[in-house]
Design a protein around this ligand. Structure first.
Ligand SMILES: O=C(O)CCC(=O)C(=O)O
Ligand SMILES: [Fe+2]
Length: 262
């Protein structure tokens, strides 16, 4: 790799031994935090380019269930499948991120992708085949949050850009469901929503790269407290080429269709 935005001295992405250690850690813990992955200069450049764009972000107003699906009218509203949580964060979509952004350089870098493949144990990863999903910047100003949910994708790659004064904590409970086995985990979902199980908190700082398996681990981000907005980048990939968001998903998550619908 030859990318000025990544601290290759502490994170030698091309080194097979380093890849093995990262893969073992992700497998054991379901999460991998690479501290100080982005240089402070790259983080500062992206914060400067994005912080004043908070009002261009899309804020979905609706509540959602933890499975991120429409409710099932055949079940009571109090059923864990139908219980609603609030998410009030906003986001800039991929087509709002400038061409020269360090985020794009890292996202498109061959060594970065091959590193992620080794760590995730997948053969290849691909960008989304739409112009909204691949790189997103999330904003959570004072009082805004991301409610409990499971990710649709098997993994997520994020990087915090700006930490709030307080709040904005990433919390999770591992192995609440088993999506591949069709095990919905209703009882455990109810316990998490009721606050009766112990939740883990993951601490990370601006510039840290986080790889998280969020398909079966229920997770949320608590409300930001204070005048400093929480800002975070999500790098999204697919394990198959040519996959884009459907029009309805795109309306739900971005409030508009993609100019490149799948
Ligand atoms: O903001 C975060 O730290 C996590 C974001 C997240 O869980 C998601 O976008 O699905
Ligand atoms: Fe998530």
């Amino acid at each position: 790799m030859n990318c000025p935005h990544v601290r290759l001295d502490s994170h030698p992405l091309d080194d097979p031994g380093y890849r093995d250690r990262c893969r073992d850690e992700l497998e054991a813990a379901g999460v991998l935090v690479l501290e100080g992955f982005f240089t402070p200069e790259a983080v500062a450049e992206v914060v400067t380019a994005s912080a004043h764009r908070e009002d261009e972000a899309y804020y979905a107003t609706s509540t959602h269930n933890v499975y991120l699906t429409p409710p099932d009218p055949g079940l009571p509203v109090s059923h864990p499948f139908n219980r609603q949580v609030a998410s009030s964060k906003g986001l800039l979509a991929d087509d709002q991120i400038p061409a020269g952004s360090p985020l794009r350089e890292v996202y498109g870098d061959g060594s970065f992708r091959s590193f992620l493949c080794s760590v995730l144990g997948t053969e290849a990863i691909h960008p989304y085949d739409d112009d909204l999903s691949s790189i997103n910047i999330h904003f959570a100003a004072d009082g805004r949050e991301l409610g409990w949910h499971f990710d649709n994708s098997s993994f997520a790659v994020t990087m915090l850009l700006q930490a709030p004064g307080s709040g904005g904590h990433f919390e999770y409970v591992p192995a609440v469901r088993d999506a591949d086995a069709g095990e919905m985990g209703f009882d455990r979902v109810a316990d998490v929503l009721d606050g009766t199980v112990e939740v883990k908190r993951l601490d990370f700082s601006p510039g840290d790269l986080v790889v998280f398996r969020g398909r079966n681990a229920m997770h949320r981000v608590t409300p930001t407290v204070g005048a400093v907005t929480r800002m975070l980048v999500v790098f999204a990939f697919n394990d198959r080429p040519g996959v884009g968001l459907s029009d309805s998903a795109s309306l739900t998550f971005y409030g508009r269709g993609s100019a490149r619908p799948s």
